[in-house]
Design a protein around this ligand. Structure first.
Ligand SMILES: Cc1ncc(COP(=O)(O)O)c(C=O)c1O
Length: 390
């Protein structure tokens, strides 16, 4: 039968020895070299040719001097946000930066003072904690509520944590690692609390394109909400170009964006890799079909993982994510201690998964599994994981 798909996600690619953190960083980050890397959020799929061809074309010119943004780049972002998420933005709302994490850190400095409080909704993407602490601000935890594996926001707890010193709430939308795509109503309720209490929202929407239900950009909901929001995004996760260091901040509130620009310029995070501009523009101009096919493949991998574990290792459970290729695996039914689970994964299964405790000190017995790899490779990995938890 003819393969009707344009992109071949079944192709195995060799990433070892390419200065790739996911593979070549195993010894450094996990202590062992011979692990199957199923951790950091990048995909074992080739970056699509409509991006790669542009990179090669540019490289053929054999010059890599300083680069500059173009109107066409902004247009590609504007058009992508409109077509994919029905969000209308303009060029003056956007500011290019070299990564979402550097932008997080700049936001903390821009919108709060030393010893102020910044709220995070745990379990959450770990670099956030570091960004807040390194800027000498206090991390305030608003833990998500979990019921039968499904996570929701605990707004009662959130209200109880707000003080005069609370200046920022960091929203992860969609949420890494619990895989939620927040509903419009949930976002409205959250924003209402922030508006009432003069709290800025930094909305990290880097996973917004790999979503399996309708995604609502926070700032698209209303003018009132846009007025307290800065959104951070990048094509890095969706198109496997995270190593090219190109991201962007969006705010419709000029004062908010201007404050951000001042700090971004002070920290020199606004000058972007030569290939960053090229790849981001190509991704957003030509990437719609790729993303649609990618999402289908990932959904199949997710469902395959669900049925595989149910059949072969029902002690490991997870809730089907509404976004991302990251599964928040729950090992509680193994009745093993966290350190023992970790030890078995590393020394018996020989796989590298992200440790749940790095996302929240309360996430013992959780590990994050990346399923953005070929189906065959995924099946092998699941067999290796399962054999240690029978
Ligand atoms: C929620 C979230 N934000 C930010 C990042 C990293 O963004 P960047 O590579 O642009 O710094 C990641 C990477 O995994 C992520 O999952």
């Amino acid at each position: 039968m003819l393969n009707k798909n344009k992109y071949n996600f079944d192709e195995k690619i060799n990433r070892k020895g390419t200065n790739c953190a996911k593979y070549d960083g195993l010894k450094r980050y996990f202590g062992y070299e011979d692990l199957n890397p199923l951790w950091v959020a990048d995909m074992d799929f080739k970056t699509p040719s409509f991006i790669n061809d542009e990179i090669i074309k540019a490289a053929k010119n054999s010059t890599y001097g300083y680069s500059i943004d173009s109107d066409a780049l902004y247009q590609s972002i504007i058009s992508w946000q409109d077509k994919r998420h029905n969000w209308k933005i303009q060029q003056e709302d956007i500011y290019m930066i070299n990564g979402v994490v550097p932008a997080y850190s700049a936001c903390i400095e821009a919108y709060s003072d030393i010893n102020d409080e910044v709220i995070v909704q745990t379990p959450v993407y770990p670099p956030l904690f570091k960004c807040i602490k390194a800027n000498n601000r206090k991390v305030v935890i608003n833990e998500l509520k979990e019921e039968n594996g499904y996570y929701t926001m605990d707004l009662k707890d959130l209200k109880s944590k707000i003080t005069d010193k609370t200046k920022i709430l960091c929203l992860c939308s969609p949420h890494n690692p619990v895989g939620r795509v927040w509903d419009k109503e949930e976002l409205e309720e959250l924003a209402e609390i922030c508006i009432e209490n003069n709290i800025m929202i930094v909305s990290d929407e880097i996973h917004s394109d790999v979503t399996f239900k309708k995604f609502t950009p926070l700032a698209s909901i209303s003018e009132k909400i846009a007025n307290i929001t800065i959104t951070l995004n990048s094509a890095g996760k969706t198109f496997n170009i995270a190593g090219l260091n190109c991201a962007y901040a969006i705010s419709k509130n000029k004062k908010i964006l201007d404050k951000f620009k001042i700090i971004a310029q002070k920290r020199e995070i606004h000058s972007i890799n030569f290939f960053g501009y090229i790849s981001t523009k190509a991704a957003y101009e030509d990437g719609a079909e790729f993303v649609d096919e990618l999402k289908k493949y990932l959904q199949e991998n997710i469902l395959f993982t669900k049925s595989y574990l149910l059949k072969n290792c029902p002690n490991i459970t997870f809730m089907l994510p509404e976004a991302t290729y990251l599964l928040w695996l729950n090992f509680k039914m193994t009745s093993l201690k966290h350190e023992e689970i970790k030890n078995r994964l590393l020394t018996k299964s020989k796989v590298a998964l992200n440790d749940g405790v790095s996302f929240s000190s309360n996430a013992k017995s959780y590990f994050r599994l990346n399923v953005a790899l070929s189906k065959d490779a995924l099946e092998e990995a699941l067999a290796d994981i399962s054999k240690s938890f029978q």
